[in-house]
Design a binder for this molecule. Sequence first.
Ligand code: ASP
Ligand code: MG
Length: 405
Amino acid sequence: MKTNSSIVVKKFGGTSVGSVERIENVAERVMADQKLGQMPLIVASAMSGETNRLVKMANELDPYYRGPAYDMLLASGEQVSISLLAMALEKRGVKAVPLLAHQVGIQTDTIFSKARIVSIDNKKLLSYCSSGVIPIVAGFQGVTNGNQITTLGRGGSDTTAVAVAAALGAEQCEIYTDVPAVFSADPRLVPKARELKSISFEEMMEMASLGSKVLHFRSVEIAAKYNIKIHLRSSFEKREGTWILPEVQMLENPVVSSVTHDASTVVMKLYPVPEGVGFLSDLFTELAEKNIVVDIITQSLGDRGQRLNFSIHEEDLPQTEIIVKKHVKDASQLEIMRDMSKISVIGVGMKNHPGVAARFFQIFKAQDAKVHLVTTSDIKISAVIDKDNLKRLAEALHKEFDLDA
Ligand code: ASP
Ligand code: MG
């Protein structure tokens, strides 16, 4: 694809547009970049707290409903922030146009509340950019080919931004947020966490899927596929943050580059269930149809039959519970373990270094902490643990793998 190197997609997260004053700050910053010769294109999230407020109202009404009305409700937050941003730029004499997904042509599938982008029409955006108008695209939303509004899943504005960058042939996408960089662990959990100058797509994908909220998983997936560098940086400071790059461009590959966690994991324990793969296939197909990400799966044989355990993200519990209950005969076959967390160590350097699992479990032993489920890949090890043990395990693993600042 032809690259449009002067187009820079700039995504501003909820806190960056969290008040009128902050919106004015974004306008100043974008205006300055335009003066330096960039062709900026903005993607914005809803003002901070807004999407949560909308979700809360929906859940009060009906925690099980996910469909067109839910997505229409959730998508409304971004309409507010992009309009205000456009006004802030226009006030400064900068031409800008706020655009909702249907106006841009951000086409998605029809999985409401977790839709995937199918295509983006770049014509309109390119013509705005080349005529000096700054397009301000609503993040997080899309439109089906039947003209219904969809949303991309919580945190999905990052994905809008990277997908737009890919559609325009841009080389990089800036993600402005309230943290200055990607850290080696969440600093609220591990005070000794340090900033990373760069990290590979692969590691970032693991981080995102293992619970780090810094970037939406699919944004990194798209960036890796189309080779778009992501620059994650603070919207309040001018300095550089973290570059997310192809592995070949990384300066060094530490064995472990980060300790990541997902504080809200739920383990579903089913016992006994019918032996064989028929049951597994039916259950997981139905969960997949609802876009529920099943994380760790284990199965074993007990004296009363097959045992099946799997973990999911807490927000998928209501839907998962409905589906699982349809597949078992009696409620006593299902045990739901709430208050679990998942902790992981990630690093591309692990591929060439044995002994990481040994060091990982030595920490558990030293901390006398229980492991409920475990899974590994060539660049990560994850364990589901009791939420109460999360902080001390995170700190101990961070130290063990030489990440402490
Ligand atoms: N406003 C949406 C959310 O809070 C999308 C985003 O912020 O990326 O999930
Ligand atoms: Mg976000």
